[in-house]
Design a protein around this ligand. Structure first.
Ligand SMILES: Nc1ncnc2c1ncn2[C@@H]1O[C@H](COP(=O)(O)OP(=O)(O)O)[C@@H](O)[C@H]1O
Ligand SMILES: N[C@@H](CCC(=O)OP(=O)(O)O)C(=O)O
Length: 371
């Protein structure tokens, strides 16, 4: 089973507040250095890693000299804004020792729920990864309200894994993994080695957070594993205090708890596109484009002869042959009116025709499934 992790080319690593701030004692620079070293080693193997890091609020509280976590939203947001500065500064310094750049990405729930912003976040993140940059992701605490909050970064980690189609989500925390009960409360609890992420029995074992500085607890990690599995990602929950946990997990060592996905990323994505989304329109494509799509290529504007329906960027559209057969469906990079303007035109003309070039493809092959 652990070979699943060894084969993962794209990984999301999530580190919780307790680890990042050494239980609230301020940023644990040694821990940050160790994660940077391990992630740099994975990058050197050609693997891509995005880091979801908590700790802004805890670090901000420490900088401001607060010993008690405030309850008012505005104070929490102020602490997050102060702490996030120290957090990204420390990561940039730690990664620069390995010749790597970092990028700060702050997200809210709304960013991922809105299809067009979802696509933007996805292309920015995948571009950063392709450039060899390590994205450091956190919730945009300064602007969130209750309705648009992830609240805990386990959920954010899973959504990022969905977003960039990572094969693995590594959640590092202050316990060895998932136990049959909260080990802080039940000393007889035993560690679960591995199981299916979708297995509902784990929810009953998991409790809330055991510390005053963290938010999620084990229950949000189990739900994160379920969510990650929906896009085919396997989740490992392990102790961040073990030596080199990221490298050892990524090498397939049986550390912590593995909650594996039952489908591959491709199957999961196909299922998602096939089942969950209503078609917002049709792109009628010529025979050359049909052949290109059947051989796994992206759809370029030049192959589109007609655009049906009214849709926004990010909508799901069907690509149909001249005879009306659905050849593929996928997420479209331009709105219906933009598609009409660039249909039959070479990619080089997109910017002239609509004033900007978002992506050269109308539907990228990564966002498309054949029918
Ligand atoms: N079944 C369980 N197995 C392990 N830990 C559990 C379980 N149920 C609840 N917990 C608690 O979850 C805590 C880890 O989550 P959390 O405090 O949110 O840390 P993090 O900041 O790493 O997300 C543990 O310290 C533990 O007290
Ligand atoms: N965005 C918040 C993280 C929320 C939180 O505490 O998450 P976690 O430690 O993963 O349970 C911060 O940076 O402080």
């Amino acid at each position: 089973m652990r070979t699943k992790l060894r084969n993962a080319r794209r990984l999301v690593v999530k580190v919780g507040s307790a680890l990042v701030t050494n239980n609230g004692a301020g940023l644990d620079k040694d821990a940050l250095d160790a994660w940077a070293r391990q992630i740099a080693a994975l990058r050197a193997e050609g693997r891509e890693v995005a880091l979801v890091s908590s700790g802004a609020i805890a670090a901000g509280m420490q900088r401001l000299g607060w010993t008690k976590r405030p309850t008012e939203m505005s104070k929490l947001q102020a602490a997050a804004a102060v702490g996030q500065m120290g957090l990204v500064e420390a990561y940039e310094k730690a990664f620069s020792r390995h010749g790597l750049h970092t990028a700060q990405i702050l997200l809210t729930h709304e960013d991922l729920a809105d299809r067009s912003r979802y696509l933007n976040a996805r292309s920015t993140l995948t571009t950063l990864l392709a450039l060899g940059v390590v994205p450091i992701i956190n919730e945009n605490d300064t602007v969130v309200t209750d309705e648009i909050k992830f609240g805990d970064n386990d959920t954010l980690g899973a959504l990022v894994a969905n977003l960039i189609e990572a094969e693995a989500l590594i959640i590092l925390t202050d316990q060895q993994g998932l136990y049959t009960a909260d080990p802080r409360k039940d000393p007889a609890a035993t560690l679960i080695g591995e199981g299916r992420a979708e297995d509902r029995q784990y929810e009953a074992m998991a409790g809330g957070s055991g510390s005053a500085i963290s938010k999620g607890g084990m229950i949000t990690k189990i739900r994160a594993a379920q969510r990650a599995a929906r896009s085919g990602a396997h989740t490992c929950i392990a102790s961040g205090r073990e030596p080199d946990p990221i490298l050892r997990l990524a090498a397939g060592e049986a550390l912590g708890t593995l909650l594996y996905a039952s489908s591959t990323p491709l199957q999961a994505r196909k299922q998602w596109l096939a089942d969950h989304l209503q078609l917002a329109g049709d792109l009628v494509i010529d025979d050359g484009a049909v052949a290109a799509l059947k051989s796994g290529k992206s759809l370029l504007p030049v192959g589109v002869v007609e655009v049906r329906g009214d849709f926004e960027r990010g909508a799901v559209v069907a690509c149909r042959s001249l005879a009306g057969d659905e050849v593929a469906r996928g997420l479209v990079n331009y709105s219906a009116s933009e598609c009409r303007r660039i249909a039959r035109k070479p990619t080089a003309e997109i910017a002239n025709l609509i004033g900007y070039l978002d992506e050269p493809e109308l539907v990228h092959r990564d966002n498309m499934v054949a029918c």
